[in-house]
Design a protein around this ligand. Sequence first.
Ligand code: NAD
Ligand code: TYD
Length: 359
Amino acid sequence: MRTYLVTGGAGFIGSNYIHYIFEKYGSDIEVVNLDALTYAGNPENLAGIDKEPNYHFVKADICDKEAVAKVFKEFDIDRVVHFAAESHVDRSILDPEIFVKTNVGGTAVMLNCARDAWEEGSGFKAGKKFLHVSTDEVYGSLPEDGGYFYETTPYSPHSPYSASKAGSDMLVRAYMDTYKFPANITNCSNNYGPYQFPEKLIPLMINNALTGKPLPVYGDGKNVRDWLYVRDHAKAIDMVQEKGELFETYNVGGHNEKQNIEIVQLIIDTLLELLPDEDPRKKNVSRDLITYVEDRKGHDRRYAIAPDKIKAAIGWEPETMFKDGIRLTIKWYLENEAWMKNVTSGEYQKYYEKMYSGR
Ligand code: NAD
Ligand code: TYD
């Protein structure tokens, strides 16, 4: 029986990953989800799984050494999958310090506690693995007219978010180089799918369109992101731990570059197609809601991953076509109005006001 410690498992990608491994391994694994339940963490994302006897939830901060060490004492952890992070670029521009604290400081605590628990003789106990989940944003920005991020691309982060993730990646690399700590790093492109918090482009636009609010497109709307369906990312993470070489970094990407404005228009068109005429939300949805607003500071122009290494080394490639993934995602949000209402009450209103008023 293998035991996983998943950090940030109540967030968007972490919860999708936990769903994925429960579907794949069922009762053959034990899962400990350590999450501080910040604004981005939501236990509802794991409804159903939280009743399983092999699922354990620990509410704790990854910066809290004692709490993390206690988890390693209570459970014989075999695999760490480290998602917990502050994850939103716009918030990092408003308040960078928490990003350094959580993303760099918290990763240092995770690495140290795993190292303490796993050390044996001059090495580490067999079979132990730490996977650090990172982003392609550490590589900086690509020109519009070509080029891709590879594992060998030098780091050149621009936002406080990507700088803090780059710092955390460097710490993991340092642990691998210094101690031969058994780890991998994955750098993934933009994810979309169910349970994504509506501060990010796709769920924000879906929610605003359904409620008849302006759709705030930054700058000229032509920034490009490479979108990957979240379940494909969950599968990549699992495959890296199953089949990847320790100490390697793998880029994970969707082969799916889109300009932001294309995505926003597609969301409107898909909503109009999927909503039945009698649904009162349909009358709110219109391309007229699109509003160009002041650009994000330091806005990276283009991200694109060439996932050649992960394909050649372990056979992973994106499976979900964007046209299918976006429909699944929009359907999920249409069917989960209560989820959206819950997460957009309270703190979200204040964030939205601070972020978008006067823009
Ligand atoms: P998210 O913001 O939806 O979730 C983050 C989770 O971490 C939440 O459950 C939150 O409660 C938890 N958390 C935050 N601070 C914590 C702390 N101090 N201690 C314990 N838990 C804490 O983020 P996400 O979009 O699911 O991203 C997960 C990871 O994947 C992050 O490391 C992010 O950098 C990386 N990533 C995200 C994307 C993307 O498109 N969203 C792409 C590539 C990589
Ligand atoms: P986001 O989902 O925040 O992801 P990231 O910044 O990590 O790539 O943003 C995706 C793109 O959408 C990015 O180019 C910024 C843009 N964007 C908007 O135009 N309007 C918005 O309200 C948001 C949240 C993002």
